[in-house]
Design a protein around this ligand. Structure first.
Ligand code: SF4
Ligand code: SF4
Length: 243
């Protein structure tokens, strides 16, 4: 995986974190009701997680968790695919996919995330202003939901033509791409890898954003903060535009 992509991903994570720094959430260490197996990621985020695991030499631990028995989770549309359909048809947004009930994320240990530093954006962006265990669901301000969707679109654009889908499937699909003997030894389950690849979709470029007029100012300022960041002498906007 291209090192520039990983640097752009880290920059997007940083810019997002700065953007939400003043927000107040109920989330705290050990609160993990939201840590299910229903997490969606792009291949570039999966590679970021592998880099972290390889650095810490936790390949076997990682493989054991990836290969745990679990229900298949099917995905129908990527975030950019959804936006593309809405923009092409110029219609109201179609219904989202129904929530597929799934068990706890296999990376949870003692109610804490054991891959926290490398967790994907879906995990970074999932938050609530009130206690989920009391209300039964998360509350997130509408404007933050918009910023989250825009961020997912940016990351999918970064990982375009790569895998997109359920985190555990994308990680299994990426296993054969790791030039690492330990990964190949521990995650060599061909049937599981083939099944995971078949369940993933292909990440798409951004077709446009689905914004209400009242969202535009904040989204433009947010995009400007991301696009103007420099990686190796070029802005992210220039890299995205192949300049
Ligand atoms: S989103 Fe809800 S369950 Fe998850 S950490 Fe925040 S308050 Fe806890
Ligand atoms: S990767 Fe970490 S933060 Fe994300 S769902 Fe799993 S345990 Fe929770």
């Amino acid at each position: 995986m291209n090192g520039v992509k990983i640097k752009i991903l880290e920059t997007i994570f940083d810019k997002y974190q700065q953007w939400i720094a003043g927000e107040r959430f109920h989330c705290h260490r050990g609160c993990s009701l939201c840590c299910t197996q229903n997490v969606l990621i792009t291949g570039v985020e999966g590679q970021y997680m592998y880099n972290h695991i390889l650095l810490e030499k936790r390949e076997q631990w990682f493989a054991e968790r990836l290969l745990l028995e679990r229900p298949s989770i099917n995905v129908q549309l990527t975030t950019n695919g959804f936006a593309r359909l809405c923009l092409e048809k110029n219609e109201d947004y179609p219904e989202g996919e129904p929530d597929q009930a799934t068990g706890r994320c296999p990376f949870l240990e003692e109610n804490c995330c054991s891959v926290y530093a490398a967790r994907p954006f879906s995990c970074r962006g999932f938050a609530s202003s009130s206690a989920c265990h009391l209300d039964g669901f998360a509350h997130l301000d509408e404007r933050l939901l918009v910023i989250n969707t825009v961020t997912m679109q940016l990351i999918e654009h970064l990982g375009q033509r790569g895998y997109w889908g359920n985190m555990l499937d994308v990680l299994l699909a990426l296993a054969p791409h790791q030039a690492n003997k330990a990964v190949n030894e521990h995650i060599g389950a061909e049937t599981e890898i083939t099944g995971a690849i078949m369940r993933t979709l292909t990440a798409e470029p951004i077709p446009g954003f689905l914004l209400q007029p009242e969202d535009e100012n904040e989204v433009n300022r947010y995009l400007q903060s991301v696009f103007s960041a420099k990686i190796g002498g070029k802005t992210i906007e220039e890299i995205f535009n192949n300049k």
